[in-house]
Design a protein around this ligand. Structure first.
Ligand code: SF4
Length: 515
């Protein structure tokens, strides 16, 4: 028998380790020989711990398995009676939730033991690297440009152009920096890649190194991801031992090394220049631009800074072709986006879909509506700085430009759902409070403005909506948006303004807004 029990942080927090141990002990007690694989999660989190069993019909699943279910699960296995078990959900690949997705970046996630390099290779791992080793740097970059890949960390900047700038900037040393400081609320796609398919990130960073002539890469990992740290470090060691990193990658004579660096929990270090400061051992403060990091980044050298999912998409593009990737998605937002569904939603998890899919499809078809069963009131997309959208706007497609048009951001693809019990005043206040706490302090509009924002909202909450105070709040948001040095202060007004605009009736606001 071959049984799979996930080993990523979310599954473990739901009891996957205890279930795996119990399966092992129970099998030993009964004298059953079985192979227990600790795979990565498929991202169907509402079914975790999801135990899968290899059968002739493929991998079949048992949902939300707890310790007490283990004996009966083994009974079903031995009695060849899986289908009658109350937790049986059939072949996992046939689940609508998975079948409706287009998994390109996440093609392997959940299928294999993350630290088995042989399994990685069996599932098309390192084919892209092998191909890239025979390509000219310009050709690698052209393939990325053809794919239309844009940064999945938040800004949506074209990846190929960033890489081209680094390639064309002359320097003895260049660096690849992976931004793994995934700090947005409701996001976990980077974590899943690192914990469930770490060799993918290693392969991707090595390809980036070949594309721009860098021999060294750094992964800047947030300290809140201890398991990702463990898995990544082990994967780096294995890749070195097996010749996929180091001085002679796959016998090509080319070299690339990766070092893991753990941050200290500052949200602003997800901003690329603050990240570079922190990586250099300094306090994480935003650098003014120009110069951009692609010209003068880590220790003043040309540096690619890309987030985990952006990089993890590169091997698929190199292997299958940029045009193929660009055939998914919309006109300006090409390919797929791994969306993370969370908050008050029935079926939370990772959903990789082509751009153009609507929020409504994601929240109802995939998410199944709210967990509480109450009506959806608001949806926040793009992390703590993202806009709040009402039910009536759920037909908006997942697309960078479409979100810009409604005063929002796609950010890192996190979608948090709220039902009609949400306190929108509190959510507005939270946006300002978050900014005040996480501000790096470099510029006044953000450092002082966010604190004043909290105070004005407190007054509005206490004294009721008052035209003068609302105008003050609007003016403050306008100043923050247009004069802050980086996106933290510049986008913190988005949640506030979107709530004022989209939910004015709920808040009892009669006044026409100026911005
Ligand atoms: Fe720092 Fe805020 Fe200014 Fe960004 S906007 S540089 S976080 S003070």
């Amino acid at each position: 028998y071959k049984i799979f029990v996930p080993r990523d942080f979310s599954s473990i927090s739901l009891g996957a380790d205890e279930v795996a141990d119990a399966i092992k002990e129970e099998a030993e007690r009964r004298g059953i020989s079985l192979e227990l694989v600790r795979n990565g999660s498929r991202g169907i989190y509402w079914l975790e711990p999801l135990v899968e069993v290899q059968t002739q019909e493929g991998r079949v699943g048992f949902r939300n398995v707890s310790l007490h279910d283990v004996p009966s699960l083994l009974d079903s296995l031995i009695g060849n009676n899986n289908k009658n078990h109350p937790l049986y959900i059939g072949p996992v690949d046939e689940l609508e939730y998975l079948k409706r997705q287009v998994r390109l970046t996440f093609e392997r996630v959940g299928l294999i033991d993350p630290l088995s390099i042989d399994e990685y290779i069996k599932y098309k791992g390192f084919l892209a690297l092998k191909k890239a080793l025979d390509m000219k740097p310009e050709d690698i970059i052209n393939e990325i440009k053809r794919s239309g890949l844009r940064g999945r960390g938040g800004a949506g900047f074209p990846t190929g152009i960033k890489w081209e700038t680094v390639l064309k900037t002359p320097s003895e040393e260049k660096y690849i920096v992976c931004n793994a400081d995934e700090g947005d609320s409701g996001t976990f796609s980077d974590r899943m890649i690192m914990e469930c398919d770490p060799f993918l990130l290693i392969e991707a960073m090595t390809i980036a190194g070949l594309a721009v002539g860098a021999r060294r890469g750094y992964i800047y990992l947030r300290s809140e991801y201890p398991l990702a740290k463990e898995v990544l470090q082990e994967a780096i060691n294995i890749a070195c031992d097996r010749g996929y990193l180091g001085d002679d990658i796959m016998g090509s004579g080319k070299s690339f090394e990766i070092e893991l660096y753990v941050g200290a929990g500052a949200y602003v270090c997800g901003e690329e220049t603050a990240l570079l400061e922190s990586l250099e051992g300094k306090r994480g403060i935003v650098r003014p631009r120009p110069p951009v990091p692609a010209v003068s980044g880590l220790w003043g050298k040309p540096t690619i800074v890309n987030n985990v999912v952006t990089l993890a998409t590169v091997p698929w593009i190199i292997r299958e072709g940029g045009e193929n990737y660009a055939s998914y998605g919309t006109d300006r937002s090409k390919g797929t986006l791994p969306v993370q569904l969370s908050g008050n939603v029935k079926r939370g998890g990772l959903v990789e879909i082509p751009f153009g899919t609507t929020l409504r499809e994601l929240i109802y078809d995939f998410g199944g509506g709210t967990y509480s069963g109450r009506p959806v009131k608001a949806v926040q997309v793009g992390g703590p700085l993202g806009a709040y959208l009402p039910e009536s706007m759920l037909d908006i497609p997942i697309d960078y430009e479409a979100f810009q048009k409604v005063g929002g951001i796609l950010g890192h693809g996190g979608i948090v759902v709220f039902d009609d019990t949400v306190d929108l005043w509190y959510m507005m206040r939270f946006a300002m409070e978050f900014c005040a706490r996480e501000s790096c302090g470099k510029c006044t509009p953000c450092r002082i403005g966010s604190q004043r924002g909290v105070e004005v909202i407190d007054k509005l909450m206490k004294d009721g909506t008052n035209g003068k105070l609302l105008t003050l709040l609007e003016d403050l948001m306008d100043v923050m948006m247009h004069t802050s040095l980086c996106g933290l202060g510049g986008m913190a007004p988005y949640p506030v303004l979107s709530i004022l605009r989209n939910f004015s009736e709920d808040l009892g606001i009669k006044k026409e807004l100026n911005i």
